[in-house]
Design a protein around this ligand. Structure first.
Ligand code: NAP
Length: 219
């Protein structure tokens, strides 16, 4: 497949590299077509990797991952909006606000979410929030954390969620039973607010290779 990845940070690079390793063609999008990190990644990742602006990556991808800083997410998707029409947009962002130092706060929470804001910005796209509750290395290699642990999907379109579920299980290696569909895009409020706990777990345990598993009683 041809896939667009918005973001030149560790998440964009990790997801982009995994997709290339699986044989897909990936265009990494940035605010400029000649971003140093993106160019370095293309050199490292090889012939199936390319770079361009957010608009270039949006037009290129049959599916697009949004892996940009939360505060830049709406600008990034606005820049790529035309190319994202009708496509599945996997939103991996978190609305982290570092303006007052560490630990960050959330700039939108409880009554709205960045996932919903992105969906409102892209009414003709199918936004699926996922993977935002997990460190990027674990996103594409869940076996870094032993045992059962879960990844969530939130989105309004059932077909889009099925495609993202396939990406998670068939490409990234998540067990089917560990993919939890929370419901429509408003459920992204839950996974984004979870970041407040994730950050404390990281601090307490001293490793980002961690995740949660939801245990339920039999019906
Ligand atoms: N780190 C993790 O393991 C992890 C796990 C789960 C979720 N997340 C989320 O994934 C996202 C990416 O995280 P990251 O650590 O890889 O990278 P990051 O440093 O948060 O973001 C880098 C990307 O954001 C873009 N960006 C920054 N400000 C922007 C603006 N004002 N307008 C448009 N684009 C802007 C940059 O564009 P340029 O390329 O043009 O500089 C760059 O591509 C974040 O939302 C983060 O919360 C991260």
């Amino acid at each position: 497949m041809k896939i667009g990845v918005f973001g030149t940070g560790m998440v964009g690079e990790t997801i982009g590299s995994k997709l290339v390793a699986l044989g897909h063609e990936v265009k990494m999008g940035s605010r400029t077509a000649t971003n140093d990190k993106a160019l370095a990644w293309v050199k490292k990742a090889g012939a199936k990797a390319s770079t361009g602006t957010f608009a270039d990556a949006a037009a290129f991808g049959e599916m697009v991952f949004v892996c940009v800083a939360g505060g830049g997410a709406l600008d990034a998707v606005r820049a790529g909006a035309k190319g994202l029409d009708g496509k599945v947009v996997v939103d991996v962002t978190n609305p982290l606000d570092f303006s007052k130092g560490m630990p960050p706060t959330l700039f939108v929470a409880t009554s709205d979410s960045l996932g919903e804001q992105i969906q409102r910005e892209l009414p003709k796209s199918h936004v699926v929030k996922s993977l935002n509750t997990i460190n990027c290395n674990v996103m594409v290699e869940p076996s870094r954390v032993p045992g059962d642990h879960d990844v969530f999907v939130s989105g309004n379109d059932a077909g889009a969620k099925t495609k993202v579920r396939q990406v998670l299980t068939e490409w990234f290696g998540w067990k089917k039973e560990n993919v939890i569909d929370l419901g429509d895009i408003t459920t992204a409020r839950g996974t984004e607010c979870y970041l407040m706990l994730w950050l404390r777990l990281w601090g307490a345990l001293g490793t980002p290779d961690l995740n949660v598993h939801v245990v339920r009683a039999k019906k």
